[in-house]
Design a protein around this ligand. Structure first.
Ligand SMILES: *Cc1c(COP(=O)(O)O)cnc(C)c1O
Length: 361
């Protein structure tokens, strides 16, 4: 009998593992494993969500005009070149579906975000992994890794899970050096945390081969609502809109995201709190003999002597009700990624790591 098989590549996809949210036998855990905003979304979002229930019998907008224009106003971008998706994950997916496929390559860095590989395989393309330099994106390694088959290059800037970023001059050098048939995707999931950084928006406007993705899941505290957006040359937006489902975002999601982006006071408060608390966390870790790279995001990548020590520390933190993220799947088995929580959580996780380094198990 013939077997019913999926398309090539699909069975090579390892299911995405989200950050743990529970520890058996412990209530009141502090979840520092998914880079969520500990303060949640702006209070204005709650009102917008409640108001949206009166419209639930209506199909949502197909062109997201109202949200795109709010994004345009607040981020200083052209709404005509914005596309909104079910998280920025969906924008990544559209890009792979539209530009990659069997016989093509999708390039990402060794510690790059896991969705690039998943979406490339889902599209039937071959993911290609290139090295980083001491956990920092290496432009020369990316250029060396490109071939005539490369269609997409994904870099997150700042990157997850390393927290490091490269400057705009380096990004421009990368965009300039790519093969003609290749798009550079700048994943700006954490760009909102970097004061004065536009995520690459100006570069998108100046070039034909650069796309930026952004999300409401991190700084805006809306991971549960699933809204992200992309900024791209008009020709790319026209392509992506052809693969986008017309009703991909619900009325509630659209209303929540618009209220979130318009509350710039809340966003700024969260950005400033994150910067201050991230400093407290990284300095406390350093005092306890746990180094980390300079992070520009809402998490810190703590480095331990080896995998054994990182695993033991993870278990100790769990026993204390603290959940952080193991990153062995990102080829960083000796590291733990710790989200910057609220001040009590930051102080508690730093204290417990100090206890662990002093011999507590
Ligand atoms: C969290 C994250 C995203 C955002 O995903 P959403 O689908 O928007 O929730 C994208 N890229 C990176 C690198 C991330 O860490």
């Amino acid at each position: 009998m013939a077997t019913i098989d999926p398309q090539p590549g699909i069975m090579d996809i390892a299911l995405y593992e989200g950050g743990k949210a529970k520890v058996d036998g412990i209530t009141n855990v502090v979840k520092l494993s998914s880079n969520e905003n500990p303060f949640g979304p702006s209070p204005a979002v709650q009102d917008a969500v409640v108001r949206s229930v009166h419209e639930l019998h209506r199909y949502p907008s197909t062109d997201h005009a109202s949200l795109r224009s709010a994004i345009g106003e607040v981020h200083g971008v052209d709404p005509e070149r914005v596309i909104c998706g079910v998280g920025s994950d969906e924008i990544i997916h559209f890009l792979c579906q539209a530009y990659a496929g069997p016989g093509t390559e999708v390039l990402h860095t060794v510690h790059g975000f896991g969705m690039y590989r998943i979406s490339a395989l889902a599209a039937g393309a071959s993911p290609v992994e290139v090295p980083e330099r001491d956990r920092v994106t290496d432009v020369d390694a990316i250029l060396d890794g490109c071939s005539e088959r490369t269609r997409l290059v994904f870099i997150a800037n700042p990157n997850n899970p390393t927290g490091t970023m490269i400057g705009l001059a380096e990004i421009e050098r990368l965009a300039e050096g790519l093969p003609d048939q290749c798009l550079l995707v700048l994943d700006g999931a954490y760009a909102d945390y970097v004061e004065g950084y536009d995520g690459g928006a100006r570069l998108v406007e100046q070039r034909e081969n650069v796309v930026m993705t952004r999300t409401f899941s991190k700084l805006y505290g809306l991971g549960g609502m699933r809204v992200g957006w992309g900024y791209a040359p008009k020709a790319v937006i026209d392509v992506l809109n052809r693969v986008r489902g017309p009703f991909n975002l619900s009325n509630t999601a659209l209303a929540a995201a618009e209220a979130a982006v318009r509350d710039t006071t809340w966003a700024e408060k969260c950005r400033n709190d994150n910067t201050r608390l991230r400093m407290i966390l990284s300095e406390a870790l350093a005092e306890h003999g746990v180094p980390s790279d300079t992070s520009t995001a809402n998490f810190v990548l703590a480095r331990f002597a080896d995998k054994e020590e990182a695993d033991a520390c993870d278990l100790y933190l769990q026993s204390q009700g603290l959940i952080v993220r193991k990153v062995g799947g990102y080829k960083l088995p000796n590291c733990l990624r710790i989200t910057v929580g609220d001040e009590p959580s930051v102080r508690r996780v730093a204290f417990c790591i100090g206890q662990f380094k002093a011999g507590a198990r």
